[in-house]
Design a protein around this ligand. Structure first.
Ligand SMILES: *Cc1c(COP(=O)(O)O)cnc(C)c1O
Length: 361
């Protein structure tokens, strides 16, 4: 389509063009219903089918086993920073947190309101440029749960292993890498993700809950944050984010056409490798993340000076590569290459990086 840019935004981010086209084609009259999905009652038969199909497609894509409920909620990933301790902390009164970046730090601070929090691991000592190894983590066997963030969107690091925590349930924020690689869901108590990075427009949060963990929430837990209530009501205690759920369904169809999560893993690995190879081979650019902790979703890099970074961002924008400026707390550049970023977009950015390096190096 004309005038589309390669949008490297960290979120909300690109959606596949095929998905946007399909949504556009169905926008006035969804499958003969005479109305848009945006205008439908969430209790209608036609919407209930969209909801059920999307849930089933999600279950299939991530191989979510029996005994786990898939919830479609509102409030963003940040609301889960409170919902997690409110629903799970009561069991022993304490929880483990690993702080590897901005979002896990906020989640950890939020949890402090609800119980005793132990810092089970951290990477602030090297400005969040690495993921602690298993031997650098200390698990409290009495913790109600063990919390970590799988991909650090701002610092460009990603866990390459699942922490071993014995009987302590794992809770994971997968907002910025969900559906980019296979996950053994059976290892987790709760997985959550805001939709706007890798799944759908902003406004939907997907929460995968092990059903046996629900039901021990604190007495003061708001209805809307109770996993038990939302499990019982199948996410429809109130109006769910209908349009975003529909968009997620379209995205999951597209994902299946790419070979599902397994196919996507190969594609994203290839895209990230191309980009890191070009940066490693350049004279001008370095990546702060340690090699074995590099994110394959958010590629963070910088030159030797802020002036050159600004020049790179300005020239890249003019060439059709947008939103490459790094997060304000980190500076430099960040290329977010979520599922919807076509391989061609990364190839063209690599060419641009090589040319810029040659001209300015
Ligand atoms: C973006 C992001 C969040 C915040 O998501 P909201 O939906 O805006 O609350 C939380 N965690 C991670 C890892 C993120 O990338």
């Amino acid at each position: 389509m004309e005038n589309r840019v390669y949008n490297f935004s960290a979120g909300p981010s690109m959606l596949p063009q095929e998905v946007l086209k399909r949504a556009g084609a169905e926008i006035l009259n969804y499958q003969g219903s005479g109305m848009s999905v945006m205008e439908m009652s969430h209790r209608s038969k036609v919407f209930q089918k969209i909801f059920d199909d999307t849930q089933a497609k999600f279950r299939k894509a991530l191989k979510v086993p029996e005994g786990y409920k898939i919830l479609f909620l509102q409030g963003g990933a940040s609301t889960q920073f409170s919902a997690v301790p409110m629903n799970l902390m009561e069991r022993t009164g304490r929880a483990d947190y690993v702080v590897t970046g901005n979002f896990s730090k906020i989640a950890c601070q939020e949890a402090l309101k609800y119980g005793d929090v132990t810092l089970a691991g951290a990477s602030a000592d090297k400005n969040y440029t690495y993921i602690p190894t298993q031997s650098q983590i200390v698990v409290d066997p009495m913790a109600s749960y063990f919390y970590y963030c799988a991909n650090n969107t701002i610092y460009g690091t990603e866990w390459q292993y699942v922490p071993e925590t014995g009987a302590v349930p794992l809770v994971c924020d997968m907002s910025s890498n969900i559906l980019s690689r296979p996950v053994d869901v059976s290892k987790y108590g709760v997985i959550f993700a805001g939709a706007q990075k890798n799944m759908a427009p902003a406004g939907l949060t997907v929460v995968i809950v092990k059903e046996s963990l629900a039901g021990s929430e604190m007495a003061a837990t708001p209805l809307m944050l109770s996993y038990k209530v939302m499990i019982e009501k199948d996410s429809m205690y109130n109006t769910p984010p209908c349009w975003c759920i529909y968009m997620l369904g379209l995205m999951l169809d597209w994902l299946e056409e790419q070979g599902g999560v397994e196919g996507m893993e190969k594609i994203k690995h290839n895209k990230a490798q191309m980009l890191y190879d070009a940066l490693d081979a350049s004279k001008l650019f370095t990546c702060p993340a340690e090699a074995d902790s590099r994110s394959e979703m958010n590629v963070v890099f910088r030159s030797a000076s802020e002036e050159l970074d600004a020049k790179f961002v300005a020239e890249a924008t003019a060439a059709g590569f947008t939103n490459l400026k790094g997060h304000r707390s980190v500076g430099g550049m960040r290329a977010s290459i979520y599922n919807a970023m076509p391989t061609q977009g990364v190839e063209k950015l690599v060419d641009f990086i090589k040319a810029f390096d040659k001209t300015n190096g």
